[in-house]
Design a protein around this ligand. Structure first.
Ligand SMILES: Nc1ncnc2c1ncn2[C@@H]1O[C@H](COP(=O)(O)OP(=O)(O)O)[C@@H](O)[C@H]1O
Ligand SMILES: [Mg+2]
Length: 473
């Protein structure tokens, strides 16, 4: 047996790594793991699972490591996975060949919060970087470890579920927060199936808007009627005097908003594929006379971290069945159609709106996805001013191809009567070949690392642009 084989043989599949070997059995039984790592099928080395009980684990080639990875390309102290309270983190402690989380290289000695389903890779190069380094004549590492992290810690919130749910589900970390709701990961105790639970609490409505609370149940009514691969599905619903709990399909790729903040604008080719997927879901909705009314990148979720174009529409909190148009004004400022803004400004509040408002929002979304800048200036005190002439003078607009400009203009048509329908948008020639384009993985969009850096610097989307203000009158 070689030294490496000897080191490797210390680990049995799915062992609980409890550092204190002397602990008595009672203590061992009580130790609840807070997370685990399981090698993925892409991993070329040592398919083993680890469960974490201690607060910190060092991975490396050296004998000091709690988990020894005996490959020459692994540094003697490579990375640490640890917990701080109920937050799991990973840090590259100064490795030579690097650590990747979801295909992004960790900055050495800078910790990153680990989320459920994050994929940690050691000494793996993503294909784009691999080619670049190859071109420079550098040695390329061929072996790698790739492991998926599973969070097993309960949520910080001590009792977010109702008692009826507690018998069936366990609640885990927060996945997102919107205008009214907080969403957590949820696991069915028996089947271990994962879901998301959207919790809308009553107390936030009591002061300002008691009637809006009554309307919240509306989301469940609408979602229960819908079945489409591009729309999150509703599994179950619970209601108490204090809150509504929607058990939803778990979407793992995060918000389109965060994807844009992290990776910058989409290329036109990629944006086309994304828009086809969004439009197919919107055509489905509109065919059933349902209007979403709050389409924006925060409410469009990506199905997985490995695709930038497969989506699920979420947040039907203000969606309505359209019967001759809607009378109330809702939606988030930047994405609101002019006829809806007009209605808010008009004294009598005349005018109704419906599907056309969703299409306007899709026009804004398309522009934001392609440029990472909002099309119309907005500030905190003054409502958004829609000035098409100003938009057409922008550098970002001029950089779009003529066909793309035509597509965006067909959606951002001020007169709602002349605006495209969802089906017309889907049939626009800009989207014609989109279906046949390859679904490139995230990093492949960028021509070079330098261009990626430029795009991130140019990116004027940031957390401040999050349009969490929802206007309802
Ligand atoms: N099914 C889901 N799976 C994963 N994350 C979700 C899911 N639904 C919502 N989220 C996350 O929670 C956030 C808030 O949910 P949302 O339905 O938009 O609530 P709100 O009505 O308060 O805006 C979303 O922006 C998203 O980040
Ligand atoms: Mg939302």
């Amino acid at each position: 047996m070689t030294v490496d084989e000897e080191e490797q043989s210390q680990f049995q599949p799915t062992q609980i790594l409890n550092g204190s070997q002397d602990s008595d059995n009672e203590l061992l039984d009580e130790a609840t793991p807070w997370g685990s790592l399981e090698h993925t099928s892409d991993s070329s080395l040592y398919p083993i699972s680890y469960e974490f009980v201690e607060d910190s684990y060092l991975f490396g080639r050296g004998k000091k490591s709690s988990i020894v990875l005996p490959d020459a390309s692994v540094s003697s102290s490579h990375l640490k996975v640890y917990r701080e309270g109920s937050t799991a983190k990973v840090i590259d402690v100064g490795s030579s060949n690097g650590t990747w989380v979801n295909n992004k290289k960790l900055v050495k000695n800078v910790p990153l919060v680990l989320k459920n389903d994050d994929v940690i890779a050691l000494v793996k190069q993503n294909p784009q970087l691999l080619n670049e380094e190859n071109a420079k004549g550098k040695t390329v590492v061929e072996n790698w470890y790739e492991m998926k992290f599973k969070r097993m810690m309960p949520s910080d919130d001590s009792r977010p579920l109702c008692s009826e749910m507690e018998a069936k589900y366990k609640v885990f970390e927060e996945l997102g927060k919107g205008t009214y709701a907080t969403v957590y990961r949820l696991v069915n105790i028996i089947s271990q199936e994962e879901f998301a639970v959207k919790i809308i609490e009553k107390r936030q409505f009591l002061l300002n808007n008691p009637s809006v609370w009554e309307e919240q149940i509306n989301e469940a009514n609408i979602l229960s009627k819908l079945q489409h691969p591009g729309i999150i599905s509703l599994q179950d619903i619970y209601k108490t005097d204090e809150a509504i709990f929607l058990v939803l399909e778990l979407v793992r790729g995060g918000e389109l908003f965060n994807r844009l903040v992290d990776n910058g604008a989409y290329t036109e080719e990629k944006a086309k594929k994304l828009l086809v997927n969004i439009l197919e879901a919107v055509v489905y909705l509109h065919d059933q006379d349902i209007v979403h009314r709050d389409l924006k990148p925060e409410n469009i979720l990506l199905s997985s971290t490995s695709s930038d174009v497969e989506i699920k529409l979420a947040d039907f909190g203000v969606a309505k069945e359209e019967k001759g148009g809607r009378a109330t004004v809702c939606g988030s400022m930047s994405y609101i159609a002019p006829e809806v803004l007009d209605r808010k400004d008009s004294i009598k509040g005349a005018g109704r709106y419906g599907k056309t408002a969703d299409i306007w929002s899709l026009g804004v979304i398309t522009y934001v996805v392609l440029t990472c800048t909002p099309p119309f200036a907005e500030n905190d005190t003054r409502p958004i001013k829609i000035k098409m002439e100003e938009l057409h003078l922008k550098r970002e607009w001029k950089n779009l191809s003529v066909l793309t400009q035509d597509f965006v203009s067909s959606l951002l048509t001020v007169d709602a009567k002349n605006r495209y329908t969802a089906r017309q948008a889907l049939n626009h020639s800009w989207l014609k070949q989109a279906k046949n384009l390859p679904d490139m993985p995230g990093a492949a969009v960028y021509n070079s690392k330098k261009r990626k850096q430029e795009m991130i610097t140019e990116n004027s989307l940031n957390k401040k642009f999050r349009t969490n203000v929802r206007i309802e009158h």
